[in-house]
Design a protein around this ligand. Structure first.
Ligand code: ATP
Length: 578
């Protein structure tokens, strides 16, 4: 990017590019080989690389190795810092930093004081947030360069949709200081959407997608309209309460209580920093194991007062105690759909991205709020789903490989609008047709939320031929609710019997099934015919012929309509101003 004052990047032909996701909890690096994006494992074999730096005797550790130092070197370990870039101290939330180096006010920004040099006598250093980010990015780029066998020069980096210009500029500058050219910053949900659309089986088709990026410290949901390969973000919501760390906390409390029950008189492991760090690390790994198996173990040596502790937990128990968090995620997704002015019935697919999206219960809870026709793309609901921890890095790598041959200024000018908000039509534009029952129905040609300019064509049948009148109208959807037929009450016993059944049934089902027995009202999306935009008469159409209607919406939202008989001569054309 050229507005950062950084030295000019390499010539396009000299670039080696990667995609980077740089999260508060984890980061990933990916590259494209033979048109396929691959996530790179670092020297420790990790593809999800904890966004943590730790210094021991002047030696710098990063990723999982640094994370392990949270137990015995927490003061010289910097974690959860990404969101602080470009922020003033008074606007940051340091909640997650109490068990590692603490952020402090440093002029206009944030810094950390840590001992990063060897030797007792060496004073601690105060590192600005930019310096921390630069050091971390340098390590990521180092791992990628080592893997690829050549120096990585440039990257596309993903950022949350609510990163402001200052945060973006700070990230680009931190990368530049690590000798990395940022080709482009793309938003995290768009990166996930790109990765999905690039799959061999992924078709670029018009759709409304909900992209739920569920990470460690935050959950971000975006509603994205994909129209003709162009993405428009319709709405976003952000939440800092219902995410992975909250799930860790649930397990930490669970195991701490169990420990205290079994060891009466022992100290609460939550009250000692080192015990707490052990409890946290092991709870997180138990949580991850529960995404795969029905049971998981928990085992910590010398958890508190020198006492070892081992236990197990099954998935049902976990899902029960973590219910509030799961429900919070559902509410968040629903609020995003609402914010976009849509209904769950408008949503074609839900892409689950971010580490917490591995959790099967989150996917199944979400599938309960969407109609069956909505695809829920997560490992537990769709075999072809991408690994949610990898989707965004892949998308970033694909974007990087797509734009790497362009000059930096061209990238900046041409690609920004494609993935952010561009003008779009709010109502659908289509024609009126007559269905088998003889009723007038709306046939959409340009779907709502289509980015403009756009051109779409349909063929309308004219079974009777003759002079055909094509009516071009606006259309919008509304939700038709049909209440269930009231049912005769079953005999009084059966309800009680059902409740009993649920109680001793297989544990898996008993917890979330209360409302399953109730007959649900039927909700469906139906088109409503709106105002007429144009009428076009096509004369002398053959019997069983077809009329081709093309609609072009220009960037100023003016509309050009053409109608002609398929295979026939002539036709009509008209322009409407917006
Ligand atoms: P953020 O910026 O929100 O802190 P991130 O984008 O940096 O998050 P991610 O890797 O997307 O990080 O998410 C990290 C979270 O995902 C952690 O809470 C981690 O425990 C959780 N996680 C990772 N793998 C799994 C899994 N298999 N099952 C459940 N949770 C998982």
């Amino acid at each position: 990017m050229s507005d950062t004052g950084a030295k000019p990047g390499p010539e396009p032909s000299e670039r080696t590019v990667i995609g980077i996701t740089f999260g508060n909890s984890n980061s990933s690096i990916a590259y494209v080989v033979d048109d396929k994006a691959e996530v790179i494992a670092n020297e420790d074999g990790d593809r999800q690389i904890p966004t943590i730096l730790s210094y021991v005797d002047g030696e710098e550790y990063y990723g999982q190795q640094a994370k392990n130092f949270l137990v015995r070197n927490s003061q010289n370990t910097v974690a959860y810092f990404r969101d602080f870039l470009g922020q003033e101290f008074k606007s940051i939330d340091p909640t997650h930093n109490h068990a590692s180096a603490h952020p402090q006010e440093s002029g206009e920004t944030v810094s950390f004081t840590i001992k990063d040099k060897a030797g007792e006598e060496e004073p601690a250093s105060t590192l600005s947030i930019s310096e921390v980010a630069t050091r971390y990015i340098r390590r990521l780029v180092g791992s990628a360069s080592e893997y690829l066998g050549k120096k990585v020069t440039s990257a596309v980096i993903t950022v949350p949709t609510n990163f402001n210009d200052k945060q973006k500029a700070a990230l680009v500058a931190a990368a530049a200081a690590a000798d990395l050219e940022v080709l482009q910053l793309i938003s995290e949900p768009i990166a996930a959407a790109l990765a999905y659309d690039a799959r061999p089986e992924g078709k670029v088709q018009d759709k409304i997608a909900v992209i739920a990026d569920l990470g460690g410290t935050r959950s971000d949901v975006a509603i994205v309209a994909s129209r003709g390969g162009m993405y428009t973000v319709l709405a976003t919501v952000h939440d800092y309460e219902f995410a992975g760390v909250a799930l860790d906390k649930v397990l930490m409390d669970h195991f701490a209580k169990e420990f205290l029950k079994k060891n009466s008189g022992a100290k609460d492991p939550r009250e000692n920093a080192r015990s707490l760090a052990k409890l946290r690390l092991e709870s997180e790994s138990t949580k991850r194991a529960l995404s795969l198996g029905a049971n998981a173990s928990f085992s910590v040596e010398s958890l508190s007062d020198g006492i070892d502790f081992a236990s197990t937990i099954n998935r049902l128990r976990y899902e029960t105690i973590a219910r509030t968090v799961f429900e919070g995620i559902n509410r968040l997704v629903e609020s995003a759909v609402k914010k976009a002015g849509l209904d769950v019935l408008d949503v074609d697919e839900v892409i689950l991205s971010g580490g917490t999206s591995h959790t099967p219960r989150i996917a199944s809870n979400l599938s309960n709020i969407f109609p069956q026709s909505t695809r829920i793309l997560s490992p537990s609901t769709e075999v072809t789903a991408l690994n949610p921890s990898e989707a965004e890095a892949r998308g970033a790598a694909l974007q990087a490989s797509l734009i790497q041959d362009y000059e930096a200024e061209d990238i900046e000018q041409s690609t920004h609008a494609a993935v952010t908000t561009v003008p779009h039509v709010s109502n659908a534009i289509g024609v009126i047709s007559v269905n088998e029952a003889g009723e007038e129905v709306f046939v959409p040609i340009v779907p709502p939320e289509t980015a403009v300019p756009a051109r779409r064509t349909v063929h309308v049948s004219a079974p009777n031929g003759g002079d055909v009148l094509v009516k071009v109208v606006e259309g919008n959807t509304h939700i038709k609710v049909t209440q269930p037929e009231p049912k005769a009450k079953e005999n009084g016993e059966s309800k009680a019997a059902k409740v009993e059944d649920a109680d001793d049934s297989d544990e898996e089902d008993s917890d979330f099934s209360e409302d399953e027995e109730e007959e649900e009202e039927k909700r469906e999306k139906v088109w409503k015919i709106g105002s007429t935009l144009a009428e076009a008469g096509v004369k002398g159409v053959k019997k069983s012929g077809k009329v081709e209607v093309s609609i072009t919406v220009n960037s100023d939202l003016s509309v050009i309509v053409t109608a002609r008989e398929v295979g026939g001569k002539g036709g009509v054309r008209g322009t409407l101003t917006s």
